[in-house]
Design a protein around this ligand. Structure first.
Ligand code: FES
Ligand code: MG
Length: 573
């Protein structure tokens, strides 16, 4: 395993002053000579933060990874990276995903790392870490922190995020008391881990496994289950072998691997956010994945995982029912056999070992799917020339083909100011339109697309409406919500031209999103349109707004697309 070719030898294997410098300061941590004998140095890239509650247990998990690395004869070195928590970080964690990726990329490249284990959990930390590692292309293995245990309230299971949307609506409609609302708050998040619905964190954990970047069977293990710690230890052992095999990220994350991830997303009823993240990861490894590819791959995939927000159950149930391998085992004919996982074996081989636990409703058999082609659909039309997405499993059947009058808002604050107004000119057929919420316009493309149902309609029992925006929505949210309209309004996309009173037509089955306004009138409005977004003067937000790509290209920064490899041309100092 010890290899003079290991990258870290260019630091620790040096003689003279350089080697003295590189080793001497590391010795300050109490390491013995053996760590410098040429064994693989494994960088454990940790997105731990107490401001990211979903990742707050990752330091303990890192200890398990280290045990595995030591067992296999490697030298584990843990380091922190930027951490992004969905719930606290303002204005939106998505504004910083690419910054996290830059942190990971430069930390890996600049340090004596031969292989890396990425510790992730909350939504953006998984794709952001993978994007950074992809641009360095060392042997890489992802260990996610695992979902929380099921939330509990009054003897019922309640799901992260999904229960918040639901209960907030119930309070607004007078169906739930404020006291109960507070009680639910403390019962929902009752253990370490990320959201235990099939929100973005669970989706990205599962897609990372489907892509081959984490150990088979690991995504769904609850954060507090001892098997999560055992799998982390295994990962530590395995990454050392991967360095010996030179099994780099680019050998795992290939076009077949991406296809498999998209199939998995459709079968899981996964988050719409996965679309943006997969496109960004594909960009880093140089794969020409498009929105239309995602739609085409998802089309005939049966929806099998009965998980909130689209279904009923939670991640703990999912794990006990067989987890992702049990879903993939039902779909082996739809998976691309060429994909290789971090184990060195094929994904299909790993999937064949999966098994549905009989007698549960959580994972449906192939013959009895919850739906067909229920994955994320890509819509086109004069309102979204470059595409928009909708999570079909979350659409109300009665609204899937709909024509309605637009009610337009220029900001989420403008909407929130009137949502409770009994005089608001809205009915159940109205199409709510929100703009200036895209990557550049907000900036950061926040999760505000699932606009709360106006109070006066909620009180009458209306629980879904067609909503259209250039924003994203939380993976834990649901409804007939059209997202990621592209190009966004802030760069002059047609969303900027819609006016209250216009008619909008949606037909999910034919993938159509149409603004029923004559072309000449749209041309006239366009000639009058002026950008309203503020130019940022300094700092990250300036860099971000000047370089962020649109949602159909994954919202990466234009200059981050691709890889620079692991080589650093010059010595330190
Ligand atoms: Fe972190 Fe949902 S808030 S995963
Ligand atoms: Mg989120």
């Amino acid at each position: 395993m010890n290899d003079e070719d290991n990258r870290s030898r260019h630091w620790f294997g040096e003689s003279g002053r350089g080697g003295f410098l590189h080793r001497s300061w590391m010795r300050a941590q109490g390491f013995t000579d053996e760590v410098f004998d040429g064994r693989p140095v494994i960088g454990i890239c940790n997105t731990f933060s107490e401001f990211t509650p979903c990742n707050a247990h990752l330091r303990r998990l890192a200890e398990s990874v280290k045990q595995g690395v030591w067992q296999a004869g490697g030298f584990p070195v843990e380091f922190p990276t930027m951490s992004l928590g969905e719930t606290l970080l303002r204005p939106t964690a998505m504004l910083f995903r690419n910054l996290l990726s830059m942190d990971v990329e430069e930390s890996l490249r600049g340090n004596p790392v031969d292989g890396t284990v990425l510790l992730t959990g909350c939504d953006k930390t998984t794709p952001g870490s993978i994007m950074g590692a992809a641009s360095v292309d060392l042997p890489s293995l992802v260990v996610t922190g695992g979902p929380m245990l099921n939330g509990k309230f009054r003897g019922c299971d309640i799901g992260s995020g999904t229960a918040v949307w639901q209960f907030t609506q119930d309070v607004n409609a007078g169906r739930m008391s404020k006291q109960d609302y507070l009680a639910a708050e403390s019962g929902m998040s009752r253990s370490n881990g990320h959201c235990m619905t099939m929100g973005t964190a669970s989706t990205m954990a599962c897609l990372t496994e489907a892509m081959g970047l984490s150990l088979p069977g690991s995504a769904a293990i609850p954060a507090v289950d001892s098997r999560r710690y055992a799998t982390a230890q295994r990962a530590g052992q395995r990454i050392v072998e991967m360095v010996g095999e030179d099994l780099r990220l680019s050998r795992v994350v290939t076009e077949p691997a991406m296809r498999n991830a998209v199939v998995a997303n459709a079968a899981l009823g996964g988050s719409t956010n996965a679309v943006v993240h997969l496109l960004a990861i594909a960009g880093r490894v140089g794969l020409p994945l498009t929105l239309d590819d995602l739609d085409a791959i998802s089309r005939d995939v049966p929806w099998l995982a009965n998980l909130q927000p689209s279904g009923e159950y939670l991640m703990e149930d999912f794990y006990y029912a067989g987890g992702l391998p049990a879903v993939l085992a039902e779909l082996t004919d739809l998976l691309d056999e060429r994909a290789v996982t971090v184990t060195g074996h094929g994904l299909v081989e790993a999937a064949s070992g999966g098994e549905r636990v009989p007698g549960t409703e959580v994972i449906h058999p192939r013959a009895e799917p919850l739906g067909l082609g229920a994955g994320t659909a890509v819509l086109h039309g004069n309102l979204a020339p470059n595409g928009a997405v909708v999570k079909q499993s979350a659409v109300s059947p009665a609204l899937a083909n709909h024509r309605g009058r637009a009610l337009v808002f220029d900001s989420i604050e403008e909407y929130d100011a009137v949502v409770d107004d009994p005089e608001l000119d809205v009915d159940a057929d109205t199409v709510l339109v929100l703009r200036n919420s895209g990557p550049r316009g907000y900036p950061g493309m926040p999760e505000v697309g699932n606009l709360t149902i106006p109070r006066k309609l909620a009180e009458r029992g209306v629980d879904d409406m067609v909503r259209i925006s250039d924003a994203r929505m939380s993976g834990t949210a649901y409804g007939t919500v059209i997202l990621h309209v592209c190009p966004e309004s802030a760069v002059g996309g047609p969303l900027a031209l819609v006016r209250t009173g216009d008619r909008i037509e949606l037909d999910v089955a034919s993938r159509r999103l149409h603004l029923d306004v004559p072309d000449e009138e749209l041309a006239r409005r366009r000639s009058e349109w002026r950008p309203t977004t503020r130019q940022e003067e300094r700092g990250w937000v300036k860099l971000y707004t000047e370089h962020v790509l649109q949602a159909d290209q994954g919202c990466d920064l234009d200059f981050l697309v691709g890889s620079s490899g692991p080589t650093v041309a010059r010595q330190s100092h």
